[in-house]
Design a protein around this ligand. Sequence first.
Ligand code: PEP
Length: 251
Amino acid sequence: MRRTVIAGNWKMNMTPKATRAFITELAPMVAGLDKCDIVLCVPYVDIATAVEAAAGTNIHIGAENVHFEKSGAFTGEISAEMLTEIGTEYVVIGHSERRTYFGETDATVNLRTKAALAAGLKVILCLGEVKEERLSGITNEIVAMQTKLDLAGISAEELKNVIIAYEPVWAIGTGLTATPEQADETCGVIRSVIAELYGAAAAEEITIQYGGSMNDANAAELLSKPNVDGGLIGGASLKTDKFTTIVKAAN
Ligand code: PEP
């Protein structure tokens, strides 16, 4: 049975001090809610503090990006080994904000995914269509293409450490949410592409999250859909009560 994963993406929010306070408050609120995996993906400088604060709890810590080279002249970048050495378990790759503002492409998403998996990180691989693509009726083609390009050369064994986050770009941080039916349908399309690439068993096993203005009010309905195995949550992951409500909905 595939796992439901509720992951927060803090983006460029929270200092180390705020991180410690947040996790200290959140831990007892989500204790024992073990029917889903709980992950907080946090800014690089918060990771060490987050790992320390989350020790002994059911909260796992992730980064928001990773570079694809092991080391070298890449000023400002962070390698997979740097992340694992400080206790990072997950990493978000290919978030639409990286694709839109920082020139991320399917080719670099693929390289980053390979490097992260080789280092033992679990990858939350983000993909999704922009508004014009949805309005043009080409969402299925777009997510199929992204899935194929982003996973090119990744083995079935490696895929076991990949979670796909379907995030329609028009729904991220906008307050616009895909309907539960749209989320279910597109996550289903991604699952069928996984079946095509890796077989039916792998498609059944892979966790596919929905992300895009998921919050405490709409999570239960989105998560009730058969192809939606969790959520990647931005804004609502910055409040312990809202995030806990989403974790409870997943449970
Ligand atoms: C995200 O950052 O991946 C996201 C889905 O953000 P929000 O929940 O704020 O739309």
